[in-house]
Ligand binder design. Structure first.
Ligand code: C2E
Ligand code: CA
Ligand code: CA
Ligand code: CA
Length: 287
């Protein structure tokens, strides 16, 4: 009887634990997190490969969860997409990032030869189909006093594969206003290269998998030729090429030789607080 009682207690405890986990679980905590200001943004510099100057940064959202500490976007963006929170969260990220870019510009006026620092913001597919996207973006830019051409919106290749005109229309309007659209994680989907002409994109972001192939110096000749082909096609379509996941100087050098324009990765800087961009950009401008 004693041991049976013990088991019952164990079961009851396990159930209580499960409820507690659900109660504190990410799903239930997520909707409140925005009101509680638990999200924050780190910025990772985008570096011009030819001259090494910082030209801008990508905004990457994090969640400072009261129990679990800092959670990366892979832990909660899919959840936010399923629950619809991605729309207000994405709008918040856009607003913060645009204000941040404006602040960088004010601090750097006349100090940077390379023009104003730009900001890149990720858009989830749910935001693309949300009817408020264009007006929200216009309002956010106006409120901050930021020129549309210093904003770049990143959309993954997979979100645009097979996208019909309804989905492309808001992106076209944004592009006409001067906002850059980047095709993120390029090379991981199966989009037809010729299909690129149909999309209102001005930047190709080559996925990290390509950069990983450049770890050896010299890199595998087939890898080199693939990247070379993508870069020359992109340039012939007037697209800028950004490479992600650059972790070593050897990778940076090979990608520069291949004609890539901009690079991003741990070799330059990990994602960090917005103030750090001031220092990085100023070091470049003066030194
Ligand atoms: P992404 O857009 O492909 O962002 C690049 C990811 O690579 C970031 O991961 C970044 O921290 C990481 N990274 C940068 N340099 C290096 C490197 O040299 N080596 C390696 N191994 N990794 C590097 P993070 O911050 O965990 O973001 C993951 C993904 O979450 C992003 O992938 C993006 O798809 C999504 N995400 C981040 N912020 C947002 C957001 O505000 N909205 C939406 N919808 N998605 C976001
Ligand atoms: Ca991105
Ligand atoms: Ca990417
Ligand atoms: Ca990626």
């Amino acid at each position: 009887a004693k041991s049976a009682g013990g088991n019952r207690y164990e079961v009851a405890d396990a159930e209580a634990d499960a409820r507690a986990i659900t109660r504190h679980g990410l799903t239930t905590a997520l909707p409140m997190a925005l009101d509680r200001s638990e999200f924050f943004i780190e910025y990772q510099p985008l570096v011009h490969l030819e001259d090494g100057t910082v030209r801008g940064a990508e905004a990457l959202v994090r969640w400072l969860h009261p129990q679990h500490g800092v959670l990366g976007p892979d832990r909660f963006i899919p959840l936010a997409e399923r629950t619809g929170l991605i729309v207000p969260l994405g709008r918040w990220v856009l607003e913060q990032s645009v204000r941040q870019a404006r602040e960088w510009q004010e601090r750097h006026r006349d100090k940077l030869g390379a023009g104003p620092l730009r900001v890149n913001v990720n858009l989830s597919p749910c935001q693309l189909t949300h009817p408020g996207l264009v007006q929200d973006t216009v309002d956010i830019l106006e409120r901050a006093g930021l020129e549309p051409d210093t904003l770049c919106l990143e959309v993954t290749e997979s979100a645009l594969i097979g996208a019909d005109d309804e989905v492309l229309k808001p992106l076209r309007r944004l592009a006409e206003m001067g906002v850059d659209i980047a095709l993120d994680d390029f090379g991981t989907g199966y989009s037809n290269l010729a299909n690129l002409r149909r999309l209102p994109v001005s930047v190709l972001k080559l996925d990290r998998s390509f950069t990983q192939g450049m770890q050896q110096f010299p890199a595998d000749p087939v890898d080199l030729r693939i990247v070379e082909g993508i870069v020359s096609l992109a340039h012939s379509l007037d697209l800028t090429v950004t490479v992600e996941g650059v972790e070593t100087g050897a990778q940076a050098e090979q990608l520069r030789i291949l004609g890539c324009d901009t690079a991003q990765g741990w070799y330059y800087a990990r994602p960090g607080p917005p103030e750090r961009l001031h220092d990085l950009a100023l070091v470049d401008a003066t030194g």
